[in-house]
Design a protein around this ligand. Structure first.
Ligand code: PMV
Length: 318
């Protein structure tokens, strides 16, 4: 019997993280040079319902029913089984791999869930729409993040740049002119749930100030959308840096992230910001032909790795 496998890209949020939880728009793009993968093989000798899961990156090797009830991998499987109303599931082995650092803003949790949901559904002989994949993955994201906006599962399941506003239909972005983003890993993991909860506590104490900041981030995202679709992408730099300053104000940056943002700009980036939940994870910088030089400077300043991603339209033949 053939193996069933599915891979998913990572993602970065270009603009609007955190404010998106409060109803403002955000823009995210898939990052294809980093991937999470799920491979499923039938266990010919296994009893129905026996599912063994291996994720060497987190040293996991166990039957699925020995994982905690709310374990994200178990939940992803349960959501698919529940939606298909199945009594008996054929026995299988599942292998999960990912080259994304976890809790770093690249969306590794959503990429893993989506790969697993796709591969497991295919194993059961079901083909899911992108919408269903995204909805199922959202159920799993709730475990990781508490009150996720839904942007990660949306961009990773559809694999296209999206403009996303919670509660509204998301929109795909057409990229007017290709540009490049340098993705820089600080080596420190962030905790999105903690970051989102921290923002909520501070917002409750100072709602007017926080609402003002969220609404400015919304304006920046809106302006960025126009530039991405029709303008000169160089103009995104200043908006990125302003977005970072606002993220600093709501307390989700860190001295390490600030230092990398500053170093990127000093080395010639047109702008830079943290990306994702913050408190660690990645920063992103808008770069031109000087990307290699900026990358070297950032590695000297403590960055652990860098990755350049082009932001362009991609024909997926879908
Ligand atoms: O840390 P990430 O990459 O999963 O991004 C979190 C983005 C937030 O806006 C902070 C939360 C959310 O659910 O949108």
């Amino acid at each position: 019997m053939p193996a069933f496998s599915a891979s998913s890209p990572g993602k970065i949020i270009l603009f609007g993280e955190h404010a998106v939880v409060y109803g403002e728009p955000a823009i995210a793009i898939p990052v294809f040079s980093t991937q999470a993968k799920a491979i499923i093989n039938a266990r010919i000798q296994g009893r129905p319902g026996e599912i063994w899961i291996e994720a060497p990156d987190i040293s996991l090797s166990a039957p699925i029913d020995q994982l905690e009830l709310d374990h994200p991998l178990r939940t992803a499987i349960q959501v698919v089984i529940g939606e298909n109303d199945l009594d008996q599931v054929p026995s299988c082995n599942i292998l999960i791999t990912s080259d994304m650092p976890p809790s770093s803003g690249l969306g590794s949790s959503a990429a893993i869930s989506i790969s697993l949901i796709r591969a497991f559904s295919a194993f059961l002989g079901k083909r899911l729409s992108e919408e269903q994949v995204s909805d199922y993955a959202y159920e799993v994201e709730k475990i990781h993040h508490g009150t996720p906006s839904g942007i990660d599962n949306t961009v990773i399941s559809h694999q296209k740049p999206v403009y996303y506003r919670k509660g509204n239909p998301f929109e795909f972005l057409e990229i007017g002119e290709e540009f490049s983003v340098l993705i820089v890993y600080s080596g420190i993991s962030g905790n999105t749930k903690e970051a989102v909860e921290g923002v909520r506590e501070r917002w409750q104490k100072e709602p007017d100030l926080y609402n003002q900041i969220f609404s400015r981030i919304g304006e920046i995202t809106q302006a960025a959308r126009g530039i991405i679709e029709t303008g000169s992408p160089d103009q995104l730099g200043a908006l990125m840096t302003e977005n970072h300053q606002l993220l600093q104000k709501i307390g989700v940056s860190s001295p390490d992230l600030d230092q990398l943002v500053l170093a990127a700009i000093e080395a010639g980036a047109l702008g830079a910001k943290l990306s994702g939940g913050g408190l660690g994870g990645h920063i992103i910088a808008l770069v031109k032909s000087d990307a290699d030089y900026i990358s070297e400077e950032l590695l000297k300043k403590g960055a652990v790795s860098t990755l350049i991603t082009p932001v362009k339209n991609r024909d997926l033949n879908k």
